[in-house]
Design a binder for this molecule. Structure first.
Ligand code: SF4
Ligand code: SF4
Length: 386
């Protein structure tokens, strides 16, 4: 029965235009066969319980498991079959390679999936282009980078409607592209609809980064078999910092359109407070993640994806740094220049959202939801203690 389901999903994947199983996918399937016989790591994360529900690993199963893996590293350091053993089992690395490939495979529009593979260059070009755009706009509108203080009135530099139009269009495109990409992933995985609170469980797992605790609460591995909660904490600072900054923008939009209150807002106002606290989180979190990324054991992941990881982390950091600098000097004659630089980084971030590291959150969220749904269904293998 499972064989028929795997074959059906393989046929659907091919019909949807996905290439036949790649070498990286075959490697994950090989390692999962070994793990399925061993099962030592069953309590570490969601990947191993999901694996035990399968005897065969088709393309869609491998994509699902790869996105369920949080790259915590625990199963590499625990594995008696890891290199130099001849079985050469390195689950975090094999999963990371496939995970990067899935972003490109499911990307919308498909032609832009190639941007994931050249993400370092993409981020660099998007940043340079966006910075140049706003600096040129500033010069053409005001004729100078510096000016007499404008009491923090951003819209005296770039009109409100111009900014809404530019950022609204790019943000909506990013959301649509990510949404359609993850829809392709969801369909290929053959997932059923939500069941009995699965969405709430998946949301909790994602929001608490449950699987970065190593299965024992001590955290994941970075450079060695020592456990650390650093990645989980820095990731929380980054994610919740980002969400607070987003909340600040939403509240400011309500102030503008619903309450008729125009920016600039006082330092003690809700949008500024949310943005300041979020911005500080978005400085410390990415700085910590960058430091961890530099130190991480290269065997624990796919080194080819490091430019993508670091490019995204750097964009988040500089978006926050320039935003806080803008707040600090908004009453000075350098406000327009600081605003142009900040908007350049925000635009580069928005432009690269659907084709960079940000995608991992969306695909992992979908994989966690599939896992929460699947575990509520009877295990049709019904093998022993399963
Ligand atoms: S990673 Fe190694 S120890 Fe863990 S289940 Fe697989 S084979 Fe066993
Ligand atoms: S690296 Fe961590 S999350 Fe990934 S399969 Fe191994 S134990 Fe699970």
């Amino acid at each position: 029965m499972q064989r028929l389901e795997v074959l059906a999903r393989e046929a659907a994947a091919l019909a949807a235009g996905l290439p036949a199983q790649t070498g990286a996918e075959t490697e994950v399937a090989r390692q999962m066969q070994i793990c399925n016989a061993c099962r030592y790591c069953e309590g570490f994360c969601a990947v191993f319980p999901a694996m035990t529900r399968r005897l065969e690993f088709g393309k869609a199963d491998i994509h699902y498991l790869a996105n369920l893996c949080h790259n915590c590293g625990a199963c590499l350091y625990a594995c008696q079959y890891a290199p130099p053993h001849e079985f050469a089992v390195n689950v975090p690395q094999a999963m990371a390679v496939v995970r990067g490939q899935t972003y490109a495979d499911y990307a919308w529009p498909p032609a832009l999936g190639a941007l994931y593979k050249r993400n370092g260059l993409t981020v660099a070009l998007a940043t340079a282009g966006a910075l140049a755009l706003f600096l040129v706009l500033l010069l053409s509108m005001r004729g100078s980078l510096f000016h007499a203080p404008l009491a923090g009135n951003f819209y005296a530099v770039f009109p409100h409607n111009t900014l809404v139009l530019m950022f609204g269009a790019v943000f909506l495109f990013a959301i649509a592209a990510l949404g359609l990409g993850v829809r392709n992933f969801w369909r290929a995985a053959g997932t059923r609809a939500d069941a009995n609170g699965a969405a709430a469980e998946a949301a909790k797992s994602a929001l608490t980064l449950e699987y970065l605790d190593g299965g024992h609460g001590k955290g994941c591995n970075e450079t060695s078999d020592a456990f650390t909660l650093s990645r989980r904490r820095f990731h929380h600072l980054t994610f919740y910092g980002f969400m607070l900054c987003f909340a600040a923008t939403c509240v400011a939009t309500l102030y503008h359109y619903v309450l008729g209150l125009q920016a600039p807002y006082a330092l003690t106002s809700l949008p500024v407070l949310l943005g300041t606290v979020g911005g500080i989180g978005l400085l410390i979190g990415p700085a910590g993640l960058f430091w961890l990324n530099l130190r991480r054991n290269p065997a624990q992941g796919d080194v080819q994806q490091r430019p993508m990881d670091r490019g995204f982390i750097a964009l988040l950091f500089f978006t926050s740094l320039t935003g806080l600098a803008l707040l600090a000097w908004r009453d000075s004659g350098a406000m327009a220049l600081l605003l142009a630089v900040h908007l350049g980084f925000v635009m580069a971030l928005f432009l690269t959202l659907p084709y960079g590291k940000f995608a991992h959150g969306v695909y992992r969220g979908a994989a966690l939801l599939k896992y929460a749904i699947e575990k509520r269904l009877p295990n049709r293998l019904a093998l022993g203690s399963d």
